[in-house]
Ligand binder design. Sequence first.
Ligand SMILES: Cc1cc2nc3c(=O)[nH]c(=O)nc-3n(C[C@H](O)[C@H](O)[C@H](O)COP(=O)(O)OP(=O)(O)OC[C@H]3O[C@@H](n4cnc5c(N)ncnc54)[C@H](O)[C@@H]3O)c2cc1C
Ligand code: SF4
Length: 451
Amino acid sequence: VGIRPNTALAESMRLYCNRGIVVNDTMQTVTDARIYSVGECAAHRGIAYGLVAPLFEQAKVAANHLAQFGIGRYMGSLTSTKLKVTGIDLFSAGEFMGGEGCEEIVMSDPFGGVYKKLVIKDDKLIGACLYGDTVDGSWYFKLLRDGRSVSDIREKLMFGESNIGDVGHEGHSSAATMPDEAEVCGCNGVSKGTICKAIKDKGLFTLDEVKKHTKASASCGSCTGLVEQILMFTAGGDYSAAPKKKAICGCTDASHKDVRDAIRAQKYLTHAEVYEGLGWRTPNGCATCRPAVNYYLISTWPKEAKDDPQSRFVNERSHANIQKDGTYSVIPRMWGGHTTPDELRRIADAADKYKIPTVKVTGGQRIDLLGVKKEDLAGVWKDIGMPSGFAYGKSLRTVKTCVGSEWCRFGTQDSTQMGKDLEHALWAMYSPHKVKLAVSGCPRNCAEAGI
Ligand SMILES: Cc1cc2nc3c(=O)[nH]c(=O)nc-3n(C[C@H](O)[C@H](O)[C@H](O)COP(=O)(O)OP(=O)(O)OC[C@H]3O[C@@H](n4cnc5c(N)ncnc54)[C@H](O)[C@@H]3O)c2cc1C
Ligand code: SF4
């Protein structure tokens, strides 16, 4: 798992390597004291660190030693890391696996999607692993680094910094004690001061409103807990917790889940049955609920429920994307971004023949023919002779790939082939929303497969 340092150069010089180039506490290689090694390529006391913070500490020790400013020793680093993937809040720090002589405090709520584990040894916090609610990650990491005894706050430790009362934080939540310039949302660069100002000036009371006005918590969502805390103490009694249930649209009070459950439980097969059964306020739904209900009916009862073309968007009906001037855009599929000279010639010939004004390479590694007249659509598709890219559908659009291990010197996996396999497997599926995927061949993530 992870990245392995390339030690070929060091090994060719006969420097001793295991996980990396083996160094002592002054970052000198154990083979030759004249040679230093710091960073991801160095192995210190059996650990090769893969984060920036320990590497800075190593560099400081090496620099001091080289400049002969006394002998500082590198004793290893405590590290914490937060997964930066949308929708997955995961934080870990220190020795979160525990072990001999360790005590573990665990809170597990599989239904609510929250798991927290704290590892304590000799009354000190030595490790933490948080999933689902990572708002206290930096506080736990501070306790870990400070190495202070947690015996006085042990009972409340699991419930986070805002719950330790007067014992540790003078009764304030961490949000209240943060300075205004402190960054809350790293994705969108939003500070606490900006959020508080928006709450006061614009009279915001809900998380959704704060997201809309400031963009805080609107991307990866890992700061949601903190934004809610700020909202709570700034808006005070006016704060309204985000409603747990959101109606599909104004036609009904039913949520998406209510509709799915009812279709399954009551075996509804038509729009009319759903609207009547769930007390819709409009006779035929609207542009928001109709496509959703259509999808839920077909996906729940694929053999019995019938697709309703009127509940599909115009783009899906005409197999092309309508543009603002009324012309269409045609995007043929290029599996994994691969094409051939023959396909490119056919695209070029069609563009000439139908006088298509714009040919554009899309952000999803395909070719877009823009400005196609409605009456030419069938001819264009026939002449190109390629499968549809479904660039207009509630379906799989692109699977973006990097060149991966076949070509790239960093690649550890064949990302292009995996992208093609995924694209073939999911091609032409009907989904509730457009779906775009990406596959990268290593953590450098050139295909931007995660956020
Ligand atoms: C996708 C990705 C995301 C990451 N995200 C984070 C993060 O959020 N937080 C964090 O703390 N860390 C993160 N890391 C890890 C962090 O980037 C690395 O730990 C850090 O950059 C390593 O620094 P380094 O100086 O040891 O090595 P590098 O930054 O890899 O520098 C090594 C340099 O040596 C050069 N080199 C290699 N061979 C030779 C040679 N033979 N001759 C001359 N030069 C050579 C290379 O070109 C390179 O410039 C991430 C890493 C990746 C890949
Ligand atoms: S993600 Fe980038 S560096 Fe990694 S294999 Fe793909 S192209 Fe190469």
